[in-house]
Design a protein around this ligand. Structure first.
Ligand code: ARG
Ligand code: ZN
Length: 871
């Protein structure tokens, strides 16, 4: 019986070191050979050598050039165990693979005729038997041999040594990576690819060759990725003092890829949707995503590769930290305030939901069935918030000092989140003992706020009380160490000086409350009048506030707060109150009446001539249904949607002229520009168009239709397509058909066409989705197709929550699972909301979950995620 679960507490340091490994790849059409020659050194005598290997065909195994016989080793489904080995030895293993039949897209596989690899987390064991664990770091040399005409480009990590012809129309490339690395960072690419080239000279004077590869004909769409790479390299030098350490940096775009991208040393492999972009084919959001993911993978070179993980439970050590770094980079490249708003929106919509659902887990988990299930928003986005809180506590300068210390201590090592926390806290003289609970305890904490003003004494009393809802296996939590950035405003909106013993300014001069007790009162003295509290500025901690602030104060802050994040936060808070009220009205069968005061505030925002365009767009944006779903005890798809639509309609009705004026003012202003300011204006004018479309006015749909046909960039075209796809307009069918005709052969862009249809609110949408899966452009083996159609559909709260849709998605999970467990597991998140469903829907969802769990041979990836929903 295989062990179902692995535990952090079972960690044991490796009994062997691998000093070096040489990999020879012989690539053919029907099968490939891999010869792995490793130099081993015994660290703990008397321990058998355990090597991981899955779905491999063994050709031969030798120790010190002597072939082993079947009696010398033991093979299981997952391991090769060699009981007796010398203290130092060379192990040579030859395996045979069929990459062309590898549908899991991990290990060595083929995508559109290109050989490529994905080894994180545990794909290397599908290439050869090895100590497939991140704390085994070694030096790699690699040769790749293949047909020269079919595979002119042969890539691996590190430095290109040479390429030579070896006869028979075949050639062979030699690579050597001078840096030790764990095997999850190994990569290989062989294929016929186009390339663009440029260079970057590091601050230390190293000239680095930069190459971005993509399918022939697509390479001209790689320039944005190239520029993003150059910006990232420069930024990491300036902000963190980190220089690149190889002579080559390569990015390869691949169409079939389970995740977004992979930071393999010197040879990043990317999902092509996160590389390819030009203004004709990519939206502003795509450009932004590409810039941030290119940066993310580049930043891993130091946070992940040079300093790596001791074990997979530490995944957030590199992912949380690297997300934090890419968010900071994006903030510097665009608009810091707007970037923070976007990051928090996605944290709330995704991670808070995960933390409230059946698969909630700590940032540093303690057990798992499938390591690949760790690539979650909790590990990534909440992990990033933990790093951000550390920075808030010690201040930016202190944080930089800590980061320098982290690299000084741990360069070249495989370490833990404990090591990271120590490197940040110790040089700053801070105690993170309590802070580290953030790593162990799951769930989103709640901070309840009580305010009292004593006008005789001139004192303002602020009482904060923290709690955290129970999560799987964690009924009770200990208090967290929560940094709350705050300020007090006077009646005119001016910041007041804070006179409170318990508050210190951090090294950036920000007022930060460090809430450590379960309950604490803060007294602010010397106040003439009741101040207005602004708290959790910049969203300084990933918590929910339980704050019954008066409407008066909320509207005041929305207008006057000096913290732009909180201005927008108050607008969201007010919108949620209004939505909640409408949901109640709906439940009582009343005609929905939107609060006039809120509408007036929106009109004030709309007509503010001084407000930055992107920020205005964020102010006018209503919380998504996913965010609403977390505030409401029960998921009521129809009522939620009605509430949101009603407010949008009212806003559109009350501001029609202003919306039209905004639209015309910014429409087609530098339509090809990617300047941040122009981005913002385009965002705002397209949002205006979205609002106007709520009026269901044929004249407006004509404007939308015109925008579609005359669009000079993909942002405008997609906005129009999205609006029409979600309408009953007469233009709908024509624009959808046109988009399909134009992009049906473009593996990246066609996904947008799937997504707009998957997200539409239409009565018979399930039939349409089913029909789309039969469209020749849809391939269920391609992860992007699955994500953009099926997964997008599962996030369509209004259309997805019914018996037939649950059944359909369960069928698809069952169909995909045996071919690609990682993709199937990602689709399982569709059922994360079960706890919030009304009883009838819940029963229907549970029925499907049970049906899936009962499928014999269901992957442990899917099983782990679904089983928890049954408990
Ligand atoms: N390390 C990669 C990144 O953050 C993601 C790899 C995803 N792997 C997976 N098994 N889902 O950029
Ligand atoms: Zn990452």
């Amino acid at each position: 019986m295989k062990q179902e679960k692995i535990y952090l507490k079972d960690y044991i340091a490796p009994a062997f070191a691998v000093e070096s490994v040489n990999l020879d790849f012989i690539l053919n059409e029907d099968f490939c050979r891999v010869i792995a020659k490793s130099k081993f050194k015994t660290l703990k005598a008397g321990v058998p050598l355990h090597l991981n290997g899955e779905e491999l065909k063994l050709v031969s195994v030798k120790i010190n050039d002597k072939a082993l016989t079947a009696a010398d080793y033991q093979l299981t489904d997952e391991e090769m165990i060699i009981a007796n080995v010398p203290s130092e030895f060379t192990l040579e293993i030859e395996t045979q693979l069929e990459p062309q039949n590898n549908t899991s897209l991990e290990g060595l596989y083929k995508s559109n005729g290109i050989f490529c690899t994905q080894c994180e987390a545990q794909g290397f064991r599908k290439i050869t038997w090895f100590m497939d664990r991140p704390d085994v770091m070694t030096s790699y040399t690699v040769t790749i041999e293949a047909d020269k005409a079919k595979y002119p480009v042969l890539l691996s990590n590190g430095d290109r040594i040479k390429v030579e012809d070896i006869g028979n129309g075949r050639h062979k490339a030699y690579w050597r990576d001078p840096h030790k690395k764990p095997c999850y960072l190994f990569a290989l690419v062989a294929g016929d690819l186009g390339v663009i080239r440029d260079t970057f000279t590091t601050s230390g004077g190293r000239k680095v060759n930069l190459e971005v590869y993509a399918a022939h004909g697509k390479q001209e769409r790689c320039w944005h990725a190239m520029e993003s790479l150059q910006k990232s390299m420069k930024w990491d030098e300036e902000v963190f003092g980190r220089e690149y350490d190889l002579n080559e940096y390569m990015i390869v775009a691949i169409d079939d890829f389970n995740a977004g991208a992979m930071e393999n040393k010197g040879l990043n492999i990317f999902n092509s949707r996160l590389v390819l972009a030009d203004s004709n084919s990519a939206t502003d959001a795509d450009f932004h995503a590409i810039e941030s993911v290119v940066a993310h993978e580049y930043f891993h070179n130091w946070t992940g590769n040079r300093v790596t993980l001791r074990d997979w439970f530490q995944l957030s050590l590199k992912e949380g930290l690297t997300v934090f770094r890419d968010q900071e980079f994006s903030a510097d490249m665009t608009d810091r305030g707007v970037q923070r708003i976007e990051d928090v929106d996605s944290l709330r919509a995704g991670q808070f939901a995960e933390d409230a659902g059946p698969n909630a887990h700590p940032v540093r988990p303690e057990s798992c069935m499938a390591v690949d299930n760790f690539f979650t928003m909790t590990i990534y986005e909440k992990g990033s918030e933990l790093i951000r809180m550390m920075q808030t506590i010690v201040g930016r300068k202190g944080f930089r000092k800590g980061m320098d210390e982290y690299f000084r201590r741990h360069d070249g090592q495989a370490v833990t989140t404990e090591d990271f926390a120590a490197a940040i806290s110790e040089p700053n003289g801070k105690d993170f003992t309590q802070f580290k609970r953030w790593y162990n305890q799951s769930g989103t904490p709640v901070v309840a706020i009580q305010e009292r003003f004593d006008d005789k004494a001139g004192e303002y009393h602020l009482t904060l009380e923290q709690s955290c809802p129970p999560t799987p296996n964690q009924p009770k939590k200990d208090p967290f160490h929560i940094p709350l950035m705050m300020g007090l405003l006077d009646k005119s909106g001016k910041e007041l000086n804070l006179n409170c013993e318990k508050i210190e300014k951090n090294s950036d001069g920000q007022n930060v409350i460090e809430l450590k007790a379960q309950k604490e009162t803060y007294v602010f003295k010397g106040l003439k009048e009741r101040p207005v509290l602004s708290i959790l500025r910049e969203f300084s901690a990933p918590v929910n506030l339980n704050w019954e602030a008066s409407e008066e104060d909320l509207y005041f802050l929305m207008e006057k707060d000096t913290d732009s994040f909180n201005r927008r936060e108050m607008a969201q808070k007010l919108a949620l109150r209004v939505m909640s009220d409408l949901i109640k009205q709906h439940g009582q069968g009343k005609e929905l009446k939107v609060d006039q005061r809120f509408l007036k505030a929106m009109t004030t925002v709309m007509s503010d001539q001084n407000m930055d365009a992107a920020f205005k767009a964020k102010m006018l944006q209503l919380p998504s249904l996913a965010i609403l779903a977390q505030m409401e005890p029960v998921l009521q798809p129809v009522a939620f949607d009605k509430a949101r639509q009603t407010i949008r309609k009212e806003i559109a009705r009350g501001n029609k002229e202003a919306l039209l004026a905004t639209y015309h003012k910014y429409h087609n202003v530098e339509p090809k520009s990617r300047d941040t300011k122009i981005f913002g204006q385009r965002l705002l004018k397209n949002q205006a168009l979205h609002y106007l479309a709520e009026l269901n006015d044929p004249a407006i749909f004509d404007i939308v239709n015109k925008q579609y046909w005359e669009a000079q960039n993909m942002t405008d075209r997609m906005t129009a397509l999205m609006i029409l796809a979600d309408s009953e307009s007469t233009h709908r069918e024509k624009v959808l058909a046109d988009f399909h005709d134009n992009w049906k052969n473009d593996s990246v862009v066609i996904n947008k066409w799937f997504t707009v249809q998957a997200l539409a609110h239409r009565p018979h949408i399930l039939d349409e989705i089913k029909a789309l899966t039969k469209n020749p452009t849809f391939n269920i083996n391609n992860p992007n197709n699955v994500y953009s159609l099926l997964r997008a559909f599962t996030t369509n709260i209004v259309s997805f929550n019914n018996e037939k849709s649950y059944e359909f998605i369960a069928d698809k999970i069952i169909e995909i699972d045996p071919k690609n467990p990682q993709v199937a597991a990602r689709l399982c998140s569709a059922f994360n909301f079960v706890g919030k469903l009304e009883p009838q829907l819940k029963e229907l969802a549970m029925k499907q979950i049970k049906r899936m769990v009962d499928v014999p041979g269901l992957s442990k990836n899917s099983r782990e995620l679904l089983q928890s929903a049954l408990q």
